[in-house]
Design a protein around this ligand. Structure first.
Ligand code: ADP
Length: 193
């Protein structure tokens, strides 16, 4: 099994690269943000709860997020592994993910952190908003709050993976192809856990 984690602020390109990694290695791409948007669209109880946080640019509480993620993982049987996109975002989530994977003798192979400067992130998110891809990108204040929420939690999260020798920081600027190639080189070289 190959389990990859993609870290990075909103607009860093996690979704794009997660999709590419999933296609390259034959893995399932799981995005907690996409799952929440799906719940919001279907107006489920979880969707209503999550919306309250997301509309303010805040993180959805750990327990709700982790339970949803575990449920999604459990639904996929006979898969080669997962690319986790937007999860974990907090230390508690990282540790819950490890405990969960550990139950089946699995672990995170690499945590790939896409680094992009704030000015570039804002430009990308504004463009995404103009293209109408994501309604949550249209409010500049919410965008800034989302970026701030990421950095508020980042240090312990990154420290967690660094301490376990799993962290790889990658420059998230440049062509999408070049970044994918870089990520694939890293994953190919990673030793199984
Ligand atoms: P972005 O990274 O561009 O903000 P996402 O689709 O990953 O986009 O997430 C959108 C929103 O969903 C986040 O701002 C947050 O409110 C919520 N969310 C997604 N993943 C998590 C998570 N792991 N923990 C808590 N909240 C999350």
């Amino acid at each position: 099994m190959i389990h990859l984690v993609l870290l990075g602020p909103p607009g860093a390109g996690k979704g794009t690269q997660a999709e590419r990694l999933a296609a390259h290695y034959g893995l399932e791409h799981l995005s907690t943000g996409a799952m929440f948007r799906h719940h919001i669209g279907r107006q489920t109880r979880l969707g209503r709860l999550a919306k309250g946080y997301m509309d303010k640019g805040r993180l959805v509480p750990d327990e709700l997020t982790t339970d949803m993620l575990k449920e999604a993982v459990s639904r996929h049987v006979d898969v080669k592994g997962f690319v986790f996109d937007g999860f974990p975002r907090t230390l508690a989530q990282a540790s819950a993910l490890d405990d969960f994977l550990d139950q089946s003798g699995a672990c995170v192979l690499k945590a790939l952190s896409l680094e992009v400067a704030d000015a570039d992130l804002l430009a990308r998110l504004r463009k995404r908003a103009r293209e109408g891809a994501r309604i949550d990108d249209s409010d500049e204040r919410v965008i800034r709050d989302r970026i701030a929420a990421y950095y508020e939690k980042r240090a312990p999260l990154v420290g967690y993976y660094r301490g376990r020798d799993k962290l790889e920081s990658i420059d998230g600027t440049g062509s999408i192809d070049a970044i994918s190639a870089h990520l694939i080189r890293i994953v190919d070289r990673a030793l199984p856990c």
